[in-house]
Ligand binder design. Structure first.
Ligand code: TYD
Ligand code: MG
Length: 503
């Protein structure tokens, strides 16, 4: 067997270096490298520990794939529909799950709601808190209704403890259906059971995190207890010690959302038992997190068209959500214009601006451009290109899409509109939510069911889509001074002037 060797681990970014340095070469942070003993290459630390616990176990032998029996993966429904959706049907016994998210996003709230729901469906739950006192945990549980059934609350056990050794021992003794740990950063593990002050002080350090996660994953595999661990996110949005923990656990979930807004999104980042396509939607209310089966964008025909906004039906797993993309442009400095994207990829935004300049005839070189997705959603699919481009073009030219219009399609560098997957699902969702017209890639119009096709406009190129932007009469331009709009040289025929007419 190969020998273990000592490497140096960055506590900020999780990168591993062969030699110590004052500054991490990966993330550039100072004084973050700490020595740790890396297991020999190719060994999964959890598997290695399991193997080492039973030296008499027969060595596995290779066999034909078809001779392997397929067992159904058993699932324990969490009792919260949106959580089960992301997990692919519920918790798998013996799985270790890492739940990451910014401070204040609602991780402890979600954890306690899961604890309440599972104990009410008959399971024993062990809630280990290393951050809050038992009384604080009780207070939150009462507030969230997790203790509303007296027989169920007997099964909800709370342990306020930072010593992971004791948490593990208690979990083995109680043998709960699920162990919830809030949070791993605040726990520590002594070198041989008993803790030293040095290891306590090292709680949250990379080597401690790794050891704690390994022990938790091991507990899960050996006992069949599902382990759900909360992990904090560092300032640049990475799960603390990302590379460190992610490969030690079976499932990584990210809980996202802006603490100033109510919407929260639970996303699968890694899932050994299912896909990572599904997302769970919640909103934070006074009574905790509420599952949302639908996102809140609705089309309203009477709403005034607003330049700088476009609605895209975007696919998230098996469902389609309507997202509003908003754009703002303002005069900046040629050569150093700002481009900021929130909820969209920044590199994609830069590309869209270039395409708008080259193939849409817009002059944006000296314009600061800001684009964001409303409601804290994050869109990664290129099908949102056309909506983002129309929002930018609209706000730049003071034009808007007609009311109740949805738009989707990928833009190529040559200014063409490429088809997007799931076109009919997108169109029917837009229509169901009240859209009157939908701009779709021209090549997909024929594939759409006939009854939908009446409201559908196919677009071949970016310029075709720009034609759908309409000029707004001065009264509709909020804040515009009289005469300002006329002087911009745009024609003002109410709702009909095509974009191209101004050029
Ligand atoms: P919390 O779960 O403590 O976040 P985290 O564990 O991720 O740090 O909750 C964060 C916020 O949620 C907190 O600022 C208060 C708010 N909140 C509600 O709005 N309603 C509730 O019922 C609860 C429990 C919290
Ligand atoms: Mg918390």
């Amino acid at each position: 067997m190969a020998k273990d060797r000592t490497s140096f681990l960055c506590s900020e970014c999780g990168a591993v270096q062969a030699q110590w340095a004052g500054r991490c070469p990966e993330c550039g942070e100072w004084d973050v490298l700490a020595p740790f003993t890396e297991p020999a290459a190719g060994t999964d630390p959890v598997e290695a520990r399991i193997a080492s616990t039973d030296p008499r176990a027969p060595a596995p032998t290779a066999r034909p794939i078809t001779s392997i029996e397929l067992g159904e993966v058993p699932r324990i429904a969490s009792g919260i529909e949106e959580v089960d959706r992301v997990l692919g049907g519920g918790f798998v016994p013996g799985a270790s799950i890492l739940l990451g998210g910014d401070p204040g996003v609602g991780k402890s709230t979600l954890l306690m709601q899961i604890a309440g729901a599972l104990s009410q469906s008959g399971g024993v739950v062990l809630y280990a808190s290393s951050e809050e006192s038992a009384a604080q945990v009780r207070l939150r549980a009462d507030r969230l209704g997790a203790t509303s059934q007296s027989d169920a609350s007997e099964r909800l056990l709370v342990l306020a403890e930072t010593d992971l050794g004791r948490i593990l021992a208690e979990a083995r003794r109680v043998n709960p259906r699920i162990l919830l740990l809030d949070s791993i950063q605040m726990t520590w593990l002594g070198s041989s059971g008993g803790g030293t002050d040095a290891s306590r002080a090292g709680a949250g350090a990379a080597s401690q995190l790794r050891r704690c996660a390994t022990e938790l994953a091991l507990l899960a595999k050996q006992t069949g207890i599902t382990v759900l661990i909360v992990g904090h996110v560092t300032k640049d949005g990475q799960l603390a010690g990302p590379k460190l923990l992610e490969h030690l656990v079976d499932v990584v979930l990210a809980f996202e959302g802006d603490r100033h807004h109510r919407h929260r999104i639970l996303r699968g980042v890694k899932n050994r038992f299912g896909s990572t396509h599904e997302i769970g939607l919640f909103q934070m209310t006074g009574d905790g997190l509420e599952s949302m089966s639908e996102h809140s964008v609705h089309f309203d025909e009477d709403e005034r068209p607003s330049p700088g906004a476009a609605i895209v039906p975007t696919l998230a797993g098996s469902r389609c959500l309507l997202a509003e993309i908003q754009a703002l442009s303002a005069t900046g400095f040629l050569g150093s214009a700002k481009r900021r994207a929130s909820g969209l990829d920044a590199a994609r935004l830069a590309m869209l601006i270039a395409v708008l300049e080259k193939h849409g005839g817009l002059r944006l070189a000296d314009q600061d451009v800001f684009v964001s997705v409303a409601g804290g959603l994050r869109i990664q699919e290129p099908a949102a290109d056309l909506a983002a481009a129309l929002a930018i073009a609209g706000v730049h030219a003071g034009r808007a899409l007609p009311p109740a219009t949805a738009v989707f399609g990928e833009l190529t560098l040559s200014g063409k509109v490429r088809p997007a997957s799931g076109a009919d699902q997108r169109v029917s969702e837009a229509i169901r939510r009240g859209a009157h017209s939908v701009l779709v890639p021209a090549s997909q119009v024929e594939d759409l069911p006939q009854d939908q096709a009446v409201r559908v406009h196919g677009v071949h190129r970016l310029v075709d889509a720009l034609e759908h932007l309409i000029a707004l009469p001065s009264s509709r331009l909020e804040g515009a001074l009289p005469g300002q709009v006329e002087s911009s040289g745009l024609p003002l025929e109410d709702d009909v002037a095509p974009f191209g007419a101004s050029r």
